[in-house]
Ligand binder design. Sequence first.
Ligand SMILES: *[C@@H]1O[C@H](CO)[C@@H](O)[C@H](O)[C@H]1NC(C)=O
Ligand SMILES: *[C@@H]1O[C@H](CO)[C@@H](O)[C@H](O)[C@H]1NC(C)=O
Ligand SMILES: *[C@@H]1O[C@H](CO)[C@@H](O)[C@H](O)[C@H]1NC(C)=O
Ligand SMILES: *[C@@H]1O[C@H](CO)[C@@H](O)[C@H](O)[C@H]1NC(C)=O
Ligand SMILES: *[C@@H]1O[C@H](CO)[C@@H](O)[C@H](O)[C@H]1NC(C)=O
Ligand SMILES: [Zn+2]
Length: 231
Amino acid sequence: MRPQTHVLFFLLYICGGLSLDFKVVDLTHDHSNTTIYWPGNPEYNFTILARGNTTGGFWYESNYFGTAEHGGTHLDSPAHFYKDRHRTHNIPIENLIGPGVIINVKNKAAANVDYQVSIDDLKQWESIYDQIPKNAIVIMNSGWHERYPNASLVFNTDSPTDSSTFHFPAWHEDTIEWLISERSVNVVGVDTPSTDFGQTKTFAVHISLGKANISGAENVANLDALPESEV
Ligand SMILES: *[C@@H]1O[C@H](CO)[C@@H](O)[C@H](O)[C@H]1NC(C)=O
Ligand SMILES: *[C@@H]1O[C@H](CO)[C@@H](O)[C@H](O)[C@H]1NC(C)=O
Ligand SMILES: *[C@@H]1O[C@H](CO)[C@@H](O)[C@H](O)[C@H]1NC(C)=O
Ligand SMILES: *[C@@H]1O[C@H](CO)[C@@H](O)[C@H](O)[C@H]1NC(C)=O
Ligand SMILES: *[C@@H]1O[C@H](CO)[C@@H](O)[C@H](O)[C@H]1NC(C)=O
Ligand SMILES: [Zn+2]
């Protein structure tokens, strides 16, 4: 019965038309023909199927869109880098919800474009806000989201179609192992195009997250609009 009850309360809340007692923040870049894809992916395809008056006397609009998975603000399912792990539709929805934790490494990323978030960065956050709660959604704020949607700036290269030239910050693999084993996180995110830093050759972060059935979030936008901790 519990799930139905929650759905009912949710509908009543919306239908009540009351103002929300929380602020809603959009953490996505828009999905459009400006969307940045990882090299090798097909481009975004938006096609108008119908837009105009009908013989029935009413207006009608309908569109088609086609997109690769790894473009813009998006989820990396665990299956992305690990066999027999959750694909997006298999991820239990509660695994995609959790307390927010923002790790601000803007100064470090400005000084070192290949920066990898360390366990010390997490311990510094914990020294201010208390221990990272279980099932958290932990996102790196490197300031990189401000570079979007300029691909040269986001991938930080003159050759945005050659991934070997990429230089952007992300997580260190040891930090990810620690978040998984010591803090049981639900999702790990970045405001850059990958949870592994631009110069990775091994994709160790993607593999660790996949193995543990944990989802990644990439190109997360607008992080400065969030507090660094919920409490
Ligand atoms: C992208 O979409 C916008 C709005 O529909 C359009 O004006 C523009 O020409 C498109 N650009 C490209 C490169 O397709
Ligand atoms: C975009 O999608 C439309 C509708 O499915 C299709 O007709 C068209 O060929 C596609 N364009 C590209 C470039 O794939
Ligand atoms: C569509 O129908 C409306 C209402 O009849 C009319 O005002 C409008 O000019 C029509 N638009 C076009 C593009 O035919
Ligand atoms: C991850 O999910 C897959 C698919 O549901 C399951 O077979 C596997 O046991 C899970 N592994 C872990 C480590 O949670
Ligand atoms: C993207 O950034 C580069 C480097 O700053 C700049 O030269 C280029 O004009 C920018 N492109 C667009 C479309 O703004
Ligand atoms: Zn991805």
